[in-house]
Ligand binder design. Structure first.
Ligand code: ADP
Ligand code: MG
Ligand code: ZN
Length: 482
């Protein structure tokens, strides 16, 4: 990016709500059903059919509004947004316009170690359109299963300054909707869709310059890439004396460039007008109060608690709260520890972040499905922390723990308990030093890095069962006397 310019970015995020039925009819919202099977006269747009608002759409929107510190409008209305497209059977989309249900909120993201507030202009409810499928052999086909599926649109203030911040913001939104249980967060399936508005201006200027809008970015990576490209394009255009036009662009991931779609429609082109078939949405104080009360602990709060309660480093806490189910898994493991100490919590965190998460990503499953039972992982950590087994043995028996075997029993059955018998280790060390006097001489002459080799050799003589700390101490003691 150019040093004299800064970017101004505002995101519009569409979130598909996880309600069982559509926004204004009783059709199922399940993804992947055979085309046009989840439809009825209402979502097919037959004349004379009346929409009835699904209460859960409001409930879910309130969750998001409250989780993002928005004000809630006690009375809000729906409007018709008129445009013509084959996948929009009514010829208009039911949306909210002048009085969105949620407004003036904010979220806090963390970037480069600093916290930053991003304003939320509004969150409104609307319905999704159907899907056009462009089949080269036949023609364009339309699937209306998605028609009428509830969405919320979350509009940010133009507070974002870099593509990386945009990425963080989007990640924050995705994490929040998933914690709230209102969206599955699946960007590939279109459950979360993002349009990015971007302009550039000379650094220090507070004015808003003409923006472009990049539509339908279907991955985090694409949002970042498209913004980088578009910012660069606008800066170069401006510097060469050109002028940014207000256009709508599409990101071409193959060519890694933005491409113009169509001149941006002016708002009045949609000929918004109040939806006469729906009554206003009333949200009582009591309703807001209940939803607020029932909000789950959100990622930021959970991360702070993990740092305080378990003494975890920032990094561990952030990784573990990434997904609600992973955080719950970690806590369950800690519950089973025989001794609750920060050292042991950190050991649990290490196991979860390495071995458990490796299985999760290999098999694309949740922590609870990996087969590593929290009770057994806690047992493993306890054995190691109490010096009963070495970390090497712990790693060795992990595959069996994964199969559901108790680490305690494995250790007993196979005699894997660590040798902490001072007499025996003393003897091994003395023997080793006697047989390797040349190494001892070299060590004394200053080749101190031989120490690691010595520890390793003695440990090998114990078949990996020797307590490394004890071996280290004993070696040190004898070397000093040698
Ligand atoms: P529209 O109704 O055309 O979508 P809005 O005024 O609602 O336009 O703004 C949509 C998004 O564009 C918001 O996220 C807002 O923050 C962002 N935005 C508005 N003006 C600018 C600008 N000059 N540069 C970058 N983003 C902007
Ligand atoms: Mg817009
Ligand atoms: Zn329907």
């Amino acid at each position: 990016m150019h040093a004299d310019f800064e970017a101004v970015i505002g995101l519009e995020v569409h979130v598909q709500l996880l309600t069982a039925t559509k926004a204004f009819c009783r059709c199922s919202t399940v993804y992947g059903a055979s085309p046009n099977t989840n439809t009825c006269p209402v979502c097919l747009g037959h004349p004379g059919c009346l929409p009835v608002l699904n209460n859960n759409v409001v409930e879910y929107t309130l969750r998001m509004g409250l989780a993002t510190n928005c004000n809630i409008r006690p009375v809000s209305t729906f409007s018709r947004k008129n445009y013509f497209y084959p996948d929009l059977p009514k010829g208009y989309q039911i949306s909210q316009y002048e009085d969105p249900i949620c407004y003036d909120g904010h979220v806090e993201i963390e970037h480069d170690g600093a916290k930053k507030k991003i304003g939320i202009t509004r969150i409104h409810m609307e319905e999704d359109a159907g899907k056009s499928i462009h089949d080269l052999d036949i023609d364009t086909l339309v699937d209306l299963n998605r028609s009428g599926v509830p969405l919320i649109e979350i509009v940010s203030e133009p507070d974002i300054r870099t593509p990386q911040e945009a990425y963080k913001y989007l990640a924050h939104i995705r994490q929040t909707v998933m914690y709230l249980g209102i969206c599955d967060g699946n960007m590939e399936e279109g459950s979360l869709r993002c349009d990015a508005n971007v302009s550039v201006r000379p650094k220090g200027d507070n004015k808003l310059y003409t923006r472009t809008e990049v539509k339908n970015l279907n991955s985090f990576r694409n949002v970042e890439k498209a913004l980088e490209y578009e910012i660069q394009r606008q800066i170069e255009l401006t510097k060469s004396g050109g002028e940014v036009r207000q256009i709508t662009l599409q990101w071409d991931a193959g060519k890694q460039q933005t491409r113009e779609m169509r001149t941006k429609e002016k708002a009045h082109d949609y000929r918004y007008f109040p939806e006469p078939d729906l009554v206003p949405v009333n949200v009582s104080e009591a309703w807001i109060h209940r939803v607020k009360h029932e909000l789950p602990e959100l990622p930021g709060a959970k991360r702070d608690r993990f740092k305080n309660q378990y003494g975890l480093p920032e990094y561990d806490a952030a990784v573990l709260v990434e997904e609600k189910s992973l955080a719950a898994y970690f806590e369950e493991c800690c519950e089973f520890l025989a001794e609750k100490s920060k050292d042991r919590f950190k050991l649990v965190s290490n196991w979860v972040m390495t071995d458990v998460m490796r299985i999760m990503s290999d098999k694309k499953i949740e922590a609870q499905e990996t087969g590593v039972q929290p009770r057994l992982l806690a047992e493993l950590v306890d054995l190691f922390a109490a010096d009963v087994i070495s970390s090497k043995i712990a790693k060795e028996i992990f595959p069996d723990v994964l199969k559901g075997e108790s680490p305690k029993e494995i250790v007993e059955k196979r005699g894997l308990a660590q040798v902490s018998d001072t007499g025996m280790i003393d003897e091994l060390v003395i023997n080793f030093l006697k047989e390797n006097q040349d190494k001892v001489a070299e060590y004394k002459a200053g080749r101190t890095n031989l120490f690691g080799f010595m520890v390793g050799t003695v440990l090998k003589a114990t078949q990996g069962k020797g307590n490394p700390r004890l071996v280290t101490e004993t070696l040190k003691k004898h070397l000093e006397q040698a």
